[in-house]
Design a protein around this ligand. Structure first.
Ligand code: WT7
Length: 654
């Protein structure tokens, strides 16, 4: 095994070919970066023009990071429509060009090539259907769909009429879906009969039925036919998309939206409480998604671009739909999973559609790496030019495998660090501008000013070879604007710990060369297969079970998932631990939150380590979960130190 330090010592400069092709080389990066931070108004004033405005903006930036009066506005007096930017403006020049390549779960089913003209028609029809169901500008629509083209039609249709979409990943449970529908008071849920994935089917419509029991009875359900599987039907509440699409008009005029009107809400986990609705707005978001998509991946006209994420996550919003389509790109949408029918699926899809830019998550890379090289080597990957990763720190082994076996040493790897909150890439190497280092997100994107702060004092640590918490000075156009319905929570979460900065929740190191390495979350958020999970959420799901008195949840290192979910559970006095109960609790959490929150380990804990004031000492629980008993630190402040010995002695086998 290579140690991180050994692997780190290596630097991979881009090839001459990559540099020659790139939109941005080293010199241009430096010049543009400096311009972007020295005069952000001038810089973003110019780059805002990459999209079409109905009424051009005269103001560029109006930002206040002061706790108590945080306000973030970009292009505030401009008007535009996102769907017109992603569709209408391309019709003259690329109406017949493929906008979306759809690759179904089953490789024996036919892929679809949807042109910009067709995507425009489909979106207009969906928009007209939503309007006929009573959806108006500013209304919320929840999208709970598989990775099918209709998911893109639905997003763009909402954008077209000015409705705000909130996508709920199809791996979430009915309860989680209901919470999100109610959280934003949505008028409509768009779903499908079933979601095929990896040869199995998730019954989305029946999940939606179950969720709707907990929603206002005015909420309507628009159902897309995907498998033709049977569903129950309630007349007056359920609407048949496929039938309505036959009748719907092919044109719907795009609504004129203000730059700061919300485009979408996306729920994401935090360190406390229930998930929060991250709000992104129209103008700045689109400028930032489009610009980062083009420059980070070095996308050129005619290229085939594939991001393997799901539209249920922000990556799917910015880098499957909005960024690529605003740029007139061909974007591939994949319904399946990397290992179905076997571990060569990703590479077969790359070969079949001659993919040029490929963007995936470290967890997928690690899982495929473990299956052996033959799955990759039997495919022709010569079309690949740029490889990307996102979601969590990538370990050097996985990076090297990606570089050598997938990229054959000729494709730059862009390790993109960003968050649901940031709307787009914040730090990443650019293909033609930077030499890469395995595991480093390298450099800030234009306009982004990362700072490393001392976690205790909040003072900025200058110079290189330093480590601390990662904050961002000043704003960028893709930044979230508020938490839906709770601006106070927004300010408290991101602007209260370190005054005057946006706090990312991540730790980071700036190495001797001034390059950035993300060291992971510094809060109670864990990262499971690149999906964010609040330990508080899993805890509250566990204690909602009648047998559970108390629960504490932490992350621990997991070979494939990056982090796994480790739960310490204290049972009610009258309950005994058993394998059945363990299974029951696991199923319980899956039902409460969804399969993505499945506990990896449950350890019965007769007691939890608490301070005398009753605070659970998670630091200790983390160490035990990590199998690192040597460095438990000071346990003298515990109310009952013997609890720790019991937990160590009975540490669950993983
Ligand atoms: C958290 C954000 C942004 C889309 C996917 C996840 C971690 C993300 C990287 C990376 C190291 C990363 C951070 C961040 N993260 N990308 N390239 N290297 N860590 O979005 O669910 O909002 O999670 O994911 O910890 O804070 P998200």
């Amino acid at each position: 095994m290579t140690t991180a330090a050994q692997a780190e010592a290596k630097v991979f400069p881009p090839s001459a070919e990559t540099v020659a092709r790139a939109h941005v080389d080293a010199e241009k990066y430096t010049q543009m970066y400096e311009a972007s931070v020295n005069d952000p108004v001038k810089f973003w004033g110019e780059h805002g023009k990459r999209i079409d405005w109905i009424k051009p903006y005269t103001q560029v930036k109006d930002v206040n990071y002061d706790f108590g009066s945080v306000k973030i506005n970009w292009y505030a007096d401009g008007t535009l429509n996102v769907s017109a930017n992603c569709l209408d403006r391309h019709l003259k020049t690329r109406g017949d060009q493929t906008a979306i390549i759809w690759e179904p779960d089953d490789p024996n089913d036919e892929a679809q090539h949807i042109t910009y003209a067709e995507l425009h028609r489909r979106t207009c029809r969906m928009a007209n259907i939503l309007e006929s169901m009573g959806v108006r500008k500013g209304d919320r629509v929840v999208i709970y769909l598989p990775m099918i083209p209709e998911a893109a039609y639905a997003m763009l249709a909402c954008a077209r009429i000015g409705a705000i979409h909130s996508i709920v990943f199809a791996g979430f449970s009915p309860d989680a879906l209901a919470a999100r529908v109610n959280g934003c008071d949505a008028k409509v849920i768009i779903t499908a009969d079933e979601a095929p994935r990896g040869g199995r089917k998730t019954p989305l419509k029946s999940n939606a039925d179950a969720a709707l029991l907990h929603c206002k009875d005015t909420v309507k359900c628009l159902v897309v036919k995907r498998t033709g599987g049977q569903t129950t039907w309630i007349d007056g509440r359920d609407y048949d998309y496929n039938e309505m699409a036959l009748e719907a008009d092919d044109y719907c005029a795009p609504a004129e939206m203000n730059a700061e009107d919300p485009l979408f809400i996306l729920y994401t986990s935090g360190s406390t409480g229930q998930p929060k609705g991250v709000v992104h707005t129209t103008g700045g978001y689109l400028v930032y998604a489009a610009m980062t998509h083009e420059i980070t991946f070095d996308y050129h006209d005619g290229d085939i671009y594939w991001c393997t994420a799901d539209v249920g996550w922000v990556t799917g919003h910015s880098y499957i739909v909005y960024g690529p389509l605003a740029n007139g790109a061909t974007t591939l949408m994949f319904e399946g999973v990397p290992t179905y029918p076997d571990a060569s699926r990703f590479w077969q899809v790359c070969e079949k559609h001659k993919v040029n830019q490929f963007y995936t998550a470290p967890t997928a890379i690690r899982a495929l790496m473990g299956q052996g090289n033959e799955f990759v080597e039997k495919c022709d990957l010569s079309s690949l030019k740029t490889l990307g990763t996102v979601g969590e720190p990538i370990n050097p082994e996985a990076w090297n495998w990606y570089n050598d076996v997938v990229g054959k040493g000729k494709c730059p790897i862009v390790d993109t660090w960003w968050q649901t909150e940031t709307g787009g890439h914040m730090m990443t190497p650019l293909p033609g501008a930077h030499a890469t280092k395995p595991g480093s997100a390298m450099k800030p994107f234009f306009g982004v000013q990362p700072v490393v702060l001392d976690p205790q004092s909040g003072v900025e640590i200058t110079g290189n070879g330093v480590e601390g918490v990662l904050c961002i000075k000043d704003s960028w156009p893709g930044q979230m604007r508020t938490v839906w319905g709770d601006h106070e929570r927004f300010e408290k979460t991101y602007f209260s710990d370190y005054k005057g900065y946006y706090f990312t929740g991540d730790g980071c190191r700036r190495d001797e060369d001034g390059d950035y390495w993300i060291t992971g979350r510094v809060d109670d958020v864990i990262n499971v297969s690149g999906h964010r999970m609040g330990t508080a959420e899993v805890e509250s799901a566990l204690v909602a079970h009648a047998a559970v008195a108390e629960a504490a949840v932490v992350g621990y290192p997991h070979e494939i998932k990056g982090q796994g979910i480790y739960c310490y559970v204290t049972l009610m006095n009258d309950r005994e631990p058993s394998d059945e109960l363990l299974k029951e609790l696991r199923t319980w959490v899956r039902t409460e939150i969804g399969p993505i929150a499945s506990p990896d380990v449950i350890q019965w804990a007769p007691g939890l380590p608490k301070t005398r004031s009753g605070k659970i000492m998670r630091r200790i629980l983390r160490k035990i979960a990590e199998n690192d008993f040597g460095s438990l630190g000071d346990t003298s402040t515990l109310a009952d130190p013997s609890v720790v010995e019991d937990l160590i002695a009975n540490r669950a086998n993983k």
